[in-house]
Design a protein around this ligand. Structure first.
Ligand code: ZN
Length: 505
């Protein structure tokens, strides 16, 4: 007699329901798994057999066939092992219950213990959408899925617990839902008040945080570029529940994995030697790359000119679309990649141009070559160009010097600006000003008469390109939002002018 159980897998973040069919017949005693399994799944045979025997189940001397349907999708994860074991138990009539409303996830150890799986969060969300009432999964995955309501989750440590339920009616442990709470712990982050001076950079990063603008920091080594970039997370608004779920789902299917719901915005800072796959995603398992791990947070590329040009080239599309599609021979996957980019670079190859500490010894040729490298592929995706100067040592030693900005104050400003923005952007399919298209800028953004005059003057005198023109307006709009103004005044526009690319390169 045929027995059936259900499980699922993910391709990228896309769930696929898998039906496990188990049949047995006379023939050489053997366990056969069919339905496009990879070698990893074939190894499951030994684990499942050993786990069943160690749980006191007598394996029948028959030919047992396990079919994983649909057959055209490659099955490469050990997540199915629990579902296969349940199918076999039903087929052997060791348990006699209807499991059609239940979906099973879990890898088995040789003694029947349930080991954690990858992708638990997207799988449980998918199970709910597929109409299942119950989920059985490894207890180690329970923290990750604890905020998902609308489906009953039973976290188990051992296959024996399910056997005790199915054979003797012993109740299964039910997961108690937790309410979502964003943990924005400022004390664990680098705060702006920990950094002396650099008021202009802090202001620029506040604009970036409020409007989702990408930033390039240019300054000599040791000027504090990377510390400033890291402090950006301390002023970003807390994650919403939906954002936290999106982010956790990405980490859940990534190489890194996750042990509980992610409640802080990510800060990813890949080294310039990171491979193309590491940055963008892909490889054999189609894992998400750094740009997706930085989703809803910050991607910091230090020493921008050192990155491989091809890597930077491929960043252009996700910076525009806020997601990345990775196409491989055996399918394609799409991962979200809505991050704010902070890039940093030295002003010249030796780093000391315009510095008062050391003399720049770069040749004219080297300088020109460097400029070319810097004005490479992604600069047209950057809204704010910011000079970072080394802090005046006198200021540091002067203990009376007080930082003008604290992270908690700036964060409050950012949150208020974002609130104003979301009301303004409602129905435009954008969440921040930086995402506005040229057409939307033309239609939606309002200026005071004096600001309009200044804009015309700037466009002519500074010879702004069309791209530079719209970028300037978007930055000015965010500055207006930070000042709780619905329209751009002359002052807001004047504040936005120094962040232009052509005032730098
Ligand atoms: Zn130099």
């Amino acid at each position: 007699m045929l027995a059936r159980s259900y499980t699922a897998t993910t391709q990228g973040l896309n769930p696929i329901k898998i039906e496990v069919e188990v049949d047995s017949n006379r023939g050489m005693p053997n366990l056969i798994i069919i339905g496009l399994p990879t070698k990893a799944v074939l190894e499951s045979k030994e684990r499942i057999t050993a786990a069943l025997i160690n749980c006191g189940i007598r394996i029948r001397c028959r030919r047992t066939v396990v079919n994983l349907a649909p057959a055209d999708i490659q099955k490469s994860s050990p997540t199915f092992e629990l579902a296969i074991a349940i199918g076999m138990l039903k087929m052997y009539k060791e348990i006699n219950i209807n499991t059609d409303d239940t979906i099973f996830f879990g890898e088995l150890s040789l003694d029947g213990e349930l080991k954690p799986i990858r992708g638990a969060l997207p799988l449980v969300i998918a199970a709910k959408q597929m109409g299942f009432d119950k989920v059985i999964l490894p207890a180690a995955n329970k923290k990750e899925v604890s905020i998902i309501s609308g489906i009953t989750i039973y976290p188990l440590n051992h296959l024996r617990e399910y056997l005790a339920f199915a054979k003797k009616g012993k109740p299964l442990p039910k997961l108690v839902n937790e309410k979502f709470k964003s943990h924005h712990q400022l004390e664990k982050l680098i705060n702006f008040e920990d950094i002396y001076g650099q008021e202009n950079v802090k202001q620029a990063l506040t604009i970036a945080a409020a409007g989702g603008h990408n930033v390039l920091l240019i300054g000599p080594p040791g000027a504090g570029k990377s510390m400033l970039a890291q402090a950006m997370n301390s002023i970003l608004p807390p994650l919403t529940e939906q954002e936290a779920v999106e982010l956790t789902a990405i980490y859940s299917v990534s190489k890194i994995g996750v042990d509980s719901l992610i409640t802080q915005r990510p800060f990813r800072s890949p080294h310039h030697t990171t491979s193309h796959v590491g940055l963008i995603g892909g490889g054999k398992h189609l894992y998400p790359g750094e740009i997706s791990l930085a989703h809803r947070g910050v991607l910091f590329l230090d020493e921008l000119t050192q990155f491989d040009r091809r890597c930077l080239e491929t960043l252009r599309q996700p910076l525009e679309d806020r997601q990345i599609t990775i196409v491989r021979a055996h399918g394609s996957v799409t991962y979200p990649a809505a991050f704010t980019l902070i890039a940093a670079a030295n002003p010249c190859p030796c780093g000391w141009q315009e510095s008062s500490q050391k003399i720049c010894r770069c040749s004219q040729f080297a300088l020109e070559q460097y400029q070319r490298k810097l004005s490479g592929p992604i600069l047209d995706r950057i809204d704010l160009f910011v000079r970072v100067k080394p802090v005046d040592l006198k200021k540091i030693s002067d203990f009376t010097h007080e930082n003008k900005f604290s992270s908690s104050q700036l964060k409050q400003q950012v949150v208020l600006a974002r609130n104003l923005q979301s009301a303004f952007l409602a129905g435009l399919n954008c969440s921040t000003n930086s995402e506005l298209s040229s057409q939307q800028v033309r239609q939606k953004i309002k200026f005071s008469p004096a600001a309009k005059q200044l804009l015309m003057k700037a466009a002519v005198n500074l010879n702004l390109t069309a791209r530079g023109y719209f970028r300037l307006i978007k930055v000015a709009q965010t500055i207006a939002n930070l000042n709780q103004h619905p329209e751009i005044s002359k002052l807001h526009l004047a504040e936005a002018l120094p962040y232009r690319q052509d005032s730098f390169l």
